[in-house]
Ligand binder design. Structure first.
Ligand code: FMN
Length: 307
């Protein structure tokens, strides 16, 4: 019999439902020595683009109530170095590896996906579609359902690996966006990315971040992303991997009850690298105490749901 916390999300079998969120564990070289690897179903690597990106001017991180605001700007080494140096270093990693893909144009996403399709250490791909599309005057790829569907279709054509699409939380209506990604061939949706935010230093009368604006993460955004998971699960029944403020097993259970099959952990690692192990232990105990067959049984099983 499989372990009570093992799940399948977006065609990827995960030994546990805890996944390290993109950008919070580097290329698998940061944090992993501090984290109990047996607690992880997968690690999502830092986003990779076709060419290297320099990222934003510092400071790139600001504290916020119950979270942090980051403006890293998706700095990354680019596809060549990623394939040559970063992926081979992950050979001994016991969990699944998900490559997070970013781009400024649809063709850039497609080229990265095509290249990674041939990489044995990549078990699945996650498209970060919050990036600004230069051809749409900087609007995010997920801002328009039609464009998003075309982007996902293009990427789908290039890979047989599981394809996750990571949505942004700030869209007028997430349901058509989610449906567009699924129609385009996504196996699962990651819901959701950071919430646009800023911080101001009152004494200096300046923005805290070099980029002025950034993305808020941590428990502050959990209620927002929880609602989005619930809305999308009810409208589509899709496989969902939740992201946003997971810092303990209760938060993980809340997301699962809302409809997620797995959860990503990002900001919580910054002050508690033991969070993944604690979440898995807490889930295990919860499942045994409530005598459920396994975590999958709980997906979307919210009581008194009149929405
Ligand atoms: C420093 C930092 C860097 C991030 N980089 C990426 C990235 O490269 N690609 C991406 O899709 N999300 C990125 N994210 C978003 C996280 O993967 C996650 O979706 C978000 O932080 C919400 O989860 P959390 O509250 O558990 O951190 C980043 C977040 C942080 C804090």
């Amino acid at each position: 019999m499989s372990a009570p916390t093992s799940v399948t999300a977006g065609r990827l079998e995960l030994a546990t439902p805890v996944v390290l969120a993109s950008g919070c564990a580097g290329y698998g070289d940061e944090w992993l020595e501090l984290v109990d690897l047996d607690a992880l179903g997968a690690v999502v690597l830092k986003g990779v683009s076709r060419e290297p990106w320099p990222g934003n001017a510092p400071p790139r991180l600001a504290e916020a109530p119950a979270g942090v605001i980051n403006a890293v700007g998706l700095e990354n080494v680019g596809l060549d170095v990623y394939v040559r140096e970063k992926l081979p270093a992950l050979d001994d990693l016991p969990c699944k590896v998900v490559a997070n893909v970013v781009g400024k144009a649809a063709g850039e996403y497609r080229d990265v996906v095509a290249a990674l399709d041939g990489e044995g250490r990549v078990d699945a791909l996650e498209l970060n579609v919050s990036c600004p599309n230069v051809k749409a005057r900087g609007a995010a790829f997920c801002a328009r359902a039609k464009g998003l569907r075309a982007l996902v279709e293009d990427c789908r054509d290039e890979t047989t690996k599981p394809l996750w699409v990571k949505l942004a939380p700030m869209v007028t209506d997430i349901i058509p966006v989610a449906k567009a990604a699924l129609d385009g061939g996504a196996d699962a949706l990651t819901i959701a990315n950071t919430v646009p935010a800023m911080a101001i230093d009152a004494s200096a009368r300046r923005p805290v971040l070099g980029n002025v604006y950034g993305g808020l993460s941590g428990p502050a955004i959990r209620p927002i992303n929880l609602r989005l998971v619930h809305l999308v699960y009810k409208a589509t029944g899709a496989d969902i991997i939740a992201s946003g403020g997971v810092d303990g097993w209760e938060a993980a259970v809340a997301y699962v009850l809302a409809g997620a099959r797995a959860v990503q952990v990002g900001t919580a690692l910054f002050d508690n690298p033991a969070a993944p192990a604690e979440i898995v232990a807490g889930l295990d105990e919860y499942i045994r105490r409530e005598m459920f067959d396994g975590l999958s049984f709980l997906v979307g099983k919210l009581r008194g749901d009149r929405a």
